[in-house]
Structures are given as structure tokens and as C-alpha cells.
Design a binder for this molecule. Structure first.
Ligand code: NAD
Length: 288
């Protein structure tokens, strides 16, 4: 049996680790918040005392952490105990610079690595339908492809180390921009006196359709169930989207890219965080 170490069992890591456990992998979990194990124990996920114990008992290690700072810290600790037969995969969304740094540190010890951030949200994590954007060596990817196939429906090899993170930054900038545009469309529809269920029917089947409408509609009671129906609780936090947009802004500046929508999207999320809405789902973009 293959042992998987899984670090970061929050909104996303929970579903991903449960799916691996259901497919006969032994899962050794670690999270700073030990309460996550209240639910995970019934899925046979073993609670490790610390990262040392997890590393010593795992063949492959997956991290699903909030940001680059957490990944830097956790990977430093993993590398103190890791051995060259192990493969480390970071599925968190982090800046390319940190991703390259932690992977380089591992490779100095002959440990194979991948950056493999995901798209598909909490529903995708729970249902095993995520898309993985992968940076690194194709041979390493083939060694752990079975894990991606369980946790997701698609894994795309984007290029060399860091390419997965670059693709993820582009995707999330687009997602945040479309979410704001969808909110504004519904607001206009409401002001024009339209029945919003009818507007959903039109938009979700017309040329304006997109994931932010069809799967994750930001309007309460409209479209399939999503965090808007739960007062924007659960899902992908506004604070994490703000982090991803900050990464996009850094990348825009570093590459001298022209990007007006990206900048105004960042400003909108900056306002939301400053208004104390960072803990709510990122679809909380509706003007009230
Ligand atoms: P989360 O905050 O729900 O979970 C993160 C977990 O990491 C928490 O349980 C936290 O206790 C744990 N953690 C933090 N620092 C740690 C440390 N040093 N050691 C051990 N555990 C630590 O976040 P999430 O929504 O699961 O997102 C995780 C990553 O996935 C982020 O990088 C996010 O940008 C990305 N992501 C999230 C979504 C989504 O819809 N939530 C979608 C795609 C990508």
C-alpha cells in the first residue's frame, strides 16, 4: 500500500484527502488546526503528531496550504526529514518565486517535486473533479498521475517548474473578473425589472455563459447550489482570491503586461477585504 502524507486539510485538502483514502491509499494527515480531524477520522485519515512523523511515514507528500509563506515553512520542515525516494507535490496557489525556491531546495537533496495548483473549488475537491495545472518534469508527473486522476478529472502539464503556478494566476485573474462582471449583469437585470431566474436561464445558455454563472452564480437562490445560497459561507474565501490577485499584479508588473481588467478586479477585492469581508466566499461581489 502507498502512504500519502497530506498537509493542509482545510476546505480543499479535506475532500482531496478523502478521495485518496476511498481509493485505498493510506493517508497520513497533518494540519495546524487539529479540529479538522474530527470529521476526517471516519475516512481513515491518520492524524500525525507533526511534520517529522508524517514525512517519515509517507511515500509521497502533498501540501494544500493557504499561501507561499506557509509552503516555505512546511517544505523546510519536510526537507529536514525527507529522503530521495519521495515525491513532493504542492497543490497550493502560491507565487512562482517561492514555488521555484522550495522545489529547488528539494531537488538539491535529489527529491522529485511538482507544482500542481488546482481549479474547480470545494465542489471539485469533494467530487474528485478538479483540474490540475502542473509544472515540472513529465517523468515525475507520470509517477504520481494516478493520484491526480483520483482527485481530479484533468491534469495538464503546463511546462517546466513554476508553469503550473503561472497558469493558475492567469486563471484566477480571469475568474475574479468574470465573477464581478456576472454580479454587475444581474444587478442591471434587477434594475431593469427582469425576473432573475429568467435572466439566469438566458445567460447560462447564451454567449455570455461562463463558470461564474453556470456553476457558481453569485446571486442568492439563482442557479445551482453555491456559497451565495449559504450567505457566502464556505467555498473559496475573498481573502484567498485577494492573495491570488496580488500574485497576478506582481506578475503583471514583472512582465510589463498591459492589464486594466486585472487591476480594477484587484481593487474591487481590496475594497472587500478592507470592508471586513475577507472571510466570505469570493462570489460576495454584489453591490448592496
Ligand atoms: P483553507 O484555509 O480552508 O485550508 C488551509 C489549511 O491549511 C487550514 O486547515 C490550515 O489550518 C492549514 N495550515 C495553514 N498553515 C499550516 C501549516 N504551517 N502547517 C499545517 N497546516 C497549515 O484553504 P483552502 O480553501 O483549502 O485553500 C488551500 C489552497 O488551495 C490555497 O492556496 C488556495 O488559494 C487554493 N485553492 C482554493 C480553492 C477553494 O475553492 N477554496 C480553489 C482552488 C485553489
Amino acid at each position: 500500500m502507498i502512504n500519502i502524507g497530506f498537509i493542509g486539510l482545510g476546505n480543499m485538502g479535506k475532500g482531496m484527502s478523502i478521495n485518496l483514502s476511498k481509493n485505498n491509499y493510506i493517508i497520513n494527515g497533518f494540519d495546524l488546526n487539529s479540529e479538522v480531524f474530527n470529521e476526517l477520522k471516519k475516512y481513515n485519515i491518520n492524524q500525525m503528531k507533526n511534520i517529522k512523523e508524517l514525512t517519515e511515514n509517507s511515500d509521497y507528500i502533498i501540501t494544500m496550504l493557504p499561501d507561499g509563506k506557509a509552503v516555505l515553512k512546511v517544505w523546510e520542515e519536510i526537507l529536514m526529514h525527507a529522503k530521495s525516494s519521495q515525491i513532493l507535490v504542492d497543490c497550493s496557489t502560491i507565487d512562482v518565486k517561492t514555488s521555484l525556491l522550495v522545489q529547488k531546495n528539494a531537488q538539491k537533496l535529489n527529491i522529485e517535486t511538482l507544482d500542481a495548483p488546482v481549479s474547480g473549488g470545494v465542489v471539485g475537491a469533494d467530487e474528485g473533479t478538479l483540474t490540475f495545472m502542473i509544472g515540472g518534469d513529465e517523468k515525475t508527473l507520470n509517477n504520481v498521475k494516478d493520484l491526480f486522476d483520483i482527485m481530479g478529472k484533468k491534469s495538464i502539464h503546463c511546462g517546466a517548474y513554476g508553469a503550473g503556478q503561472s497558469a493558475k494566476i492567469c486563471n484566477n485573474m480571469l475568474l475574479a473578473s468574470t465573477m464581478i462582471a456576472v454580479g454587475e449583469s444581474f444587478e442591471l437585470g434587477k434594475n431593469l425589472g427582469l425576473d432573475l431566474n429568467k435572466l439566469f436561464e438566458v445567460l447560462s445558455t447564451s454567449s455570455g455563459s461562463c463558470w461564474a454563472i453556470n456553476t457558481y452564480c453569485p446571486i442568492k437562490g439563482i442557479g445551482p447550489k453555491s456559497p451565495s445560497d449559504n450567505n457566502y459561507n464556505g467555498g473559496f474565501s475573498t481573502a484567498l482570491m485577494h492573495k491570488d490577485l496580488s500574485l497576478a499584479i506582481d506578475a503583471i508588473n514583472q512582465t510589463n503586461s498591459k492589464n486594466n481588467y486585472g487591476l480594477s478586479t484587484f481593487n474591487k477585492f481590496d475594497e472587500l477585504v478592507k470592508a471586513g469581508k475577507g472571510h466570505l466566499d469570493f462570489s460576495n461581489v454584489i453591490n448592496e
